[in-house]
Design a protein around this ligand. Structure first.
Ligand SMILES: [Zn+2]
Ligand SMILES: [Zn+2]
Length: 331
């Protein structure tokens, strides 16, 4: 079968390898849709966790094609999506329901072979039944579960005013969740015209393209969804006194923030971050199945496995036409 391997930072190649066979507690999945994420770009650029070589892809869905002897929930032919973070369930963090901080953390597509190949194996406990949900939509289970975790942490209240910095695919998921939490007004900052238009379609009340157009000390909740350091530095300026800032976007590793310490002190700001998810996949699937979160309009391109590098470059260049890029390994 074909797979796409990042040999080392900035070096990607297409290769052939044996189809992996499932271990006792694993299932084998024929990958039907595999989303490219900003995190993949960080991995490609050598700015994230994990080691090389790695087969990326942590947002994917497919069909079960083989099951290990000790698996229980799945049969060949069933449709699944994978929660990529694999927790050991036996360290002090896991035993305290903090699986996202597992001491023995592994992740499909980060430390283990991911969905940018034709067949992948994953532990049965990481797989979720997607029913009739289209594969492309089910590939959003992972980013949506991260957005659900972030929104739960931010505790948006009924009638809150929310600002979201960045309307990439994840910003648009956060936007829809903020709405469903009862926000009275959602303002989105986005200077890419294609993404700004998308945010309007997805329910933003106000879309601005310059930081200066956001109101100072005004919003109940500010969600930073770009991971761009200068924007993260400014994110505290827009929260009201006693308001919340959620740092959601993934910044490059090894960089520092510069925040107005006195402002944080004087305004009793709640400054939060959000890291991956904690068993939010069921919620994500239900939100997709019910249509409460819509993702079809977030997809702009479908590419074969051979064009993964092109897809990464398209995302890196911020082309206004580029939204979510889905790789179809079994094209
Ligand atoms: Zn991702
Ligand atoms: Zn653990």
């Amino acid at each position: 079968m074909k797979c796409s391997i990042i040999q080392k930072p900035r070096q990607l190649s297409l290769a052939e390898r044996e189809i992996p066979q499932p271990g006792r507690n694993e299932i084998q999945i024929k990958v039907m849709a595999s989303g490219i994420c900003g995190t993949d770009l960080h991995i490609f650029n050598g700015e994230y966790l994990g080691s090389y070589p790695v087969i990326p892809g942590h947002e994917f869905s497919g069909v079960v094609t083989a099951v290990g002897d000790e698996t229980q929930r799945f049969k060949v032919g069933e449709r699944v999506a994978v929660e990529p973070n694999i927790a050991c369930d036996n360290c002090s963090n896991c035993l305290n329901n903090r699986q996202n901080f597992c001491d023995n953390w592994q992740a499909v597509g980060v430390t283990l072979p991911g969905g940018m190949e034709q067949y992948v194996v994953a532990p049965e406990k990481a797989a979720f039944d997607i029913g009739e949900l289209p594969f492309e939509q089910a590939a959003f289970m992972e980013p949506l579960s991260c957005a659900v975790h972030g929104i739960e942490r931010a505790r948006i209240g009924l009638a809150d005013r929310v600002a979201i910095l960045g309307a990439g695919p994840v910003g648009n998921l956060l936007l829809q969740l903020a709405r469903s939490q009862g926000a009275a007004q959602v303002t989105v900052l986005e200077n890419n015209p294609g993404r700004a238009e998308l945010a309007r379609q997805m329910g933003a009340d106000v879309v601005v393209n310059r930081l200066e157009d956001l109101q100072q000390a005004y919003y109940d909740v500010v969600i930073e969804a770009t991971g761009v350091i200068p924007l993260m530095n400014r994110s505290i300026d827009f929260a009201r006194k006693g308001g919340t800032i959620l740092l959601f976007g993934v910044p490059p590793s090894g960089r520092n923030l510069e925040l107005d310490a006195f402002k944080i002190f004087q305004s009793e700001l709640r400054l939060l971050s959000s890291y991956t998810s904690v068993r939010n996949s069921h919620q994500a699937i239900h939100l997709l199945q019910s249509g409460q979160v819509k993702v079809e309009a977030l997809i702009s391109h479908r590419l074969p496995l051979e064009e993964l590098e092109k897809g990464l470059e398209m995302i890196e260049k911020h082309d206004p036409q580029v939204k979510k890029v889905i790789i179809v390994p079994n094209h």
